[in-house]
Design a protein around this ligand. Sequence first.
Ligand SMILES: [Fe+2]
Length: 232
Amino acid sequence: MCKKAFFSSHPSVFPIRRKSAGKKQELHFDDFFGVMAGLGFEEALIHRIDRKCNTANGHMQHVAEYTRVICSIMGYDPEQTHRISCAALLHDIGKLEIPESILFDPGRLNEEAFAQIRFHSPLGSQILSQWDGPVFQLAAEVALQHHERIDGSGYLGLRREEISLPAKIVAVADVFDALTAERPYKQSWDFDTAFSYIQKNRDIHFDAKVVEKFVRNRAAIHQVYHAIHTGT
Ligand SMILES: [Fe+2]
């Protein structure tokens, strides 16, 4: 599918809110919209993915921000950090094709519905593979692998070195933000409880080195968490 065809089949139905009053908007990268425009993305697409993926607006940007901080801690240079953060912004793009009746279902999903949800990873990768360039290649890889677990019990069953480091980083960022956010089916976890969950799942769900850096830099992670949850 070419880019034009993709956008025409996914019309932008959500309003653009570059500088809306919503407090969570303040956290975004200063140049977030400029970057996405530079990459050829429509602003509304990101809002649409976000709206579709979560009732709590901002998850995509939150994951990108946690990813940016973790990448810096891991020693990535600014350009690599920027690319991985952009990939993080698009990790759930495949959910555009999942019915909202499934995504927002507060009850227990049956096997068929869960299979549809799992499909958002390869589908997102397929969508992102339609574009050329290193950011899109990286984003396609992250979209495909962000639900993998070190022990091989993730969506595709990849394990350890079979999973790319950017995908391992986004996995931590994604889960941490999901745990600390309220969802239709759960209350938000506080910072300490979510932080402990990441720590306890070191070398089970999450890469040990990523968790080690994450844990050692608690203050930097808490700064992002605080900004998300207070708008300061
Ligand atoms: Fe996902």
